[in-house]
Ligand binder design. Structure first.
Ligand SMILES: Cc1ncc(COP(=O)(O)O)c(C=O)c1O
Length: 381
């Protein structure tokens, strides 16, 4: 592959202060330390204290969601969203084969099993046509219940993922869900600050989730959040993730097996501080993406761009190479020269825990799997 030297030089030039150049390093540029000190000084370090509520309020304001419940991570938020929506053992949740393993893990933690559909070439996310194809060919109604013909599980929900921050065609997916009476949960772990038709990702269905992992636009170290307009879903998720303890000044009475999955105040303090300058973060991510588009298009290499009528947060920039061989050559060359690059994930249907799951053909997911490489995308402020 030609131009490799120029590519490494360009990326190092974008991040002159970083050696090695990491894929996504967090930056702490605001009140993070001051707020952490406040937690320590006030002794509010667990989920009690002002920062968890403050961060939930900020996320509501930013996304337009009516309710937000902070969790220890995005995977837990997915688990709690599905659980609060009544999804559990014996159920199936349709997601896309091309996503991070946590999307399917969240489903599995709820007791349900995932099933896989294809993605679209212009969004990298769930294809509404492939979803419809799955429902038409792999499911049937038995006694009024939609079941997976192959295993008899009840098909309850659909979970599209906004890959690398690029919004999926969620209105079209929602229309299919409405037709089949399916619950829609959006995995917006990667898409804080991404909008489709002016509406924030994660707010189109019954619930959505966000991640604040160390590699995201806003980080709490580890953290996540469930967002929803449904008060009963928020209340249920909050209750069961806070040990299912009935509110009382001193009595310990738990009326079911609860979870302990709430975000601690120490983590929320960091995330809240980052949200105070979120506008700068997204503007900077966009600027970096535009620099990459310009540079790679001059070399004839395709970059992945935000879909029509969408604003992407450009969480992780992606280029598309010609073949797996070219992809592997690129990965070796760049990583050898201390520029961290990564291939897109192995399709979930190929991973041992999910090998037997029902799926349709996945030509687009396979196409992306062969050639997508993520390139360094940290904030440059
Ligand atoms: C698509 C997707 N879903 C879910 C998650 C899970 O989030 P967390 O790492 O906070 O558990 C992540 C990321 O990290 C992700 O990228």
């Amino acid at each position: 592959m030609k131009s490799l030297e120029a590519i490494v030089g360009f990326i190092k030039g974008l991040y002159p202060q970083m050696d090695p150049v990491l894929l996504h390093r967090p930056e702490f540029l605001g009140n993070e330390k001051a707020y952490l000190n406040e937690c320590i000084d006030t002794k509010y370090v667990s989920y009690v204290g002002r920062f968890v509520v403050a961060m939930e309020d900020k996320i509501k304001e930013l996304t337009g969601a009516c309710h937000a419940v902070a969790m220890v991570n995005g995977t837990a938020a997915l688990h709690m969203a599905l659980h609060a929506l009544g999804i559990g053992p014996g159920d199936e949740v349709i997601t896309q084969a091309l996503t991070f393993a946590a999307s399917a893990a969240g489903i599995a933690h709820s007791g349900a099993k995932p099933a896989f559909v294809d993605v679209d070439r212009d969004t990298m996310g769930m294809s509404p046509e492939s979803l419809r194809g799955f429902l038409e060919t792999k499911t049937a109604r038995r006694n009024g219940i939609l079941v997976d013909i192959a295993n008899g599980r009840t098909v309850k929900a659909v979970m599209p993922v906004h890959i690398f921050g690029h919004p999926v065609k969620v209105e079209a997916i929602k229309a299919v869900c409405d037709e089949y009476d399916l619950i829609l949960v959006e995995d917006a772990a990667e898409s804080l600050g991404s909008y489709r038709a002016g509406k924030h990702t994660g707010t189109f269905g019954h619930a959505g989730i966000l991640s604040f992992n160390g590699n995201k636009l806003v980080t709490t170290g580890g953290g996540g959040m469930l967002i929803t307009d449904d008060a009963s879903v928020a209340e249920r998720a909050r209750y069961v993730s806070t040990t299912a303890k009935r509110p009382h000044a001193w009595e310990f009475y738990h009326d079911e097996v609860g979870y302990n999955l709430r975000m601690p105040s120490l983590n929320a303090a960091v995330g809240y501080a980052q949200l105070e300058y979120f506008d700068k973060i997204v503007a900077n991510k966009r600027e970096t993406a535009m620099k990459y588009h310009e540079f790679f298009s001059s070399l004839g290499i395709a970059t992945f761009k935000e879909p029509d009528d969408c604003i992407s947060n450009y969480w992780l920039n992606a280029i598309m190479l010609e073949s797996r061989a070219e992809r592997d050559e690129f990965l070796k060359y760049t990583n050898d020269r201390k520029v961290q690059t990564r291939p897109i994930w192995t399709l979930l249907n190929k991973l041992p825990p999910y090998e037997g799951c029902t799926r349709v053909d996945l030509p687009n997911a396979e196409w992306f799997e062969e050639r997508v490489v993520n390139i360094p995308s940290s904030v440059r402020l």
